[in-house]
Design a protein. Structure first.
Length: 368
């Protein structure tokens, strides 16, 4: 990306870029699986790094890239490790974004709007042809990172598939995927999977502290983040805990909602300055519905994301029949949300529609 004023699509606001992250927490199994394949000589040319968003998939990919492009014997420790001396020449080139044998495929900039595109286009993948030609001179290993493969459009996905089917010599292609089921089955079959797990509380706290955030053991943060350091940072940066509490307060009277409060919530998402808040609110509503469905199946939650939430969830989702209603609503509103964003639907109208759908569903549960 040539314009430094534009955000990197693979960077979480307020956190170090994955290439800058010093230590990877909570993914020892994925690291061990890769090192075992490397040391045994059973290296795949294609790797699919999967797991929930924000748990360290990109950090793992960049650490593997640094390990492969540097001399593996340059590790800091005698035990098998991905760690490479940060002063190693290859490591320094990677940190500066100038390594000639590393290519990163991500969402490009729209030349008309000067904003990031919503998907990875085929042109971004076709540039690999030039990369492979130019990087072949010294015969060294080449690495490609696709972040995220979920964002490949159809033509771009087919172009990546061709590279996976006939990878150039000494090339490793790593695809980061939050939802691997959305990828072409042929892409998945060409890759070996490295599965990253949600972070346990201790690892989550370590990851937050490394990113410069206080890990105070907040029950609300841990509940909403769900083991994702990326989600935790987003919540902290965007005052997400308070926003979720406002959503719950607006609907705490279900099967009736507080309509003046609903209007205030909707109006707070209007305008360019509120675009980030709007996207976060959509995600938090989706999370609430997921927690409602889970409460219907498993009973009262053991932790809650704000005062009174557990009691509300138990009341509106008393059984598995209610759980099915909330799960269906979550799916319907998720589709509605994607469509609304695609056609630039008025944010206030979309939020109000979602809140009233929640009210309608709660009334149906109460009447059953």
């Amino acid at each position: 990306m040539s314009d430094d004023s534009l955000p990197e699509p693979d960077r979480i606001d307020g956190a170090p870029h994955p290439r800058e992250t010093v230590q990877l927490f909570g993914q020892d199994r994925a690291v061990a699986d890769f090192l075992e394949a490397y040391s045994s000589g059973r290296m795949h040319s294609g790797w699919l790094i999967t797991g929930p968003r924000g748990v360290g998939k990109a950090t793992l990919a960049w650490k593997i890239a640094t390990f492969l492009l540097a001399d593996p014997d340059a590790g800091l420790f005698g035990d098998p490790s991905l760690d490479v001396d940060p002063e190693h020449p290859d490591a320094r080139l990677i940190q500066s974004g100038a390594h000639p044998r590393l290519a990163v495929i991500r969402r490009p900039v729209d030349e008309k709007t000067k904003q990031l595109k919503s998907e990875i286009t085929v042109d971004a993948v076709r540039r690999l042809k030039t990369f492979f030609q130019m990087s072949a001179a010294d015969g060294g290993r080449r690495v490609v990172i696709v972040d995220a493969a979920d964002e490949l459009n159809r033509n771009a996905a087919n172009a990546i598939l061709k590279e996976l089917e006939e990878p150039p010599a000494q090339t490793t292609i790593m695809l980061i995927a939050h939802q691997p089921s959305r990828l072409l089955p042929t892409i998945r079959s060409r890759c070996r999977e490295l599965r990253c797990q949600t972070l346990q509380p201790a690892a989550l706290g370590q990851a937050l502290e490394q990113a410069g955030f206080s890990a105070d053991g907040s029950e609300s943060l841990a509940t909403l983040a769900g083991g994702s350091a990326g989600d935790a940072i987003r919540l902290l940066n965007q005052d997400g805990l308070a926003l979720y509490a406002d959503i719950v307060k607006t609907i705490e009277g279900l099967p009736r909602v507080n309509r003046p409060a609903a209007l205030r919530l909707a109006d707070s998402c209007v305008g360019k300055a509120a675009a980030t808040r709007f996207l976060l609110m959509l995600d938090l509503i989706d999370l609430f519905l997921s927690r409602a469905a889970r409460a219907g199946l498993m009973g009262e939650p053991t932790t809650q994301a704000c005062p009174g939430e557990a009691r509300l969830l138990t009341r509106i989702a008393p059984d598995d029949r209610a759980a099915r209603r909330w799960a269906q609503l979550q799916q319907d509103l998720s589709n509605r949300s994607r469509h609304g964003r695609a056609v630039n639907l008025d944010p206030a109208a979309l939020i109000l529609d979602m809140i009233f759908k929640i009210e309608e569903t709660a009334q149906g549960v109460a009447a059953a």
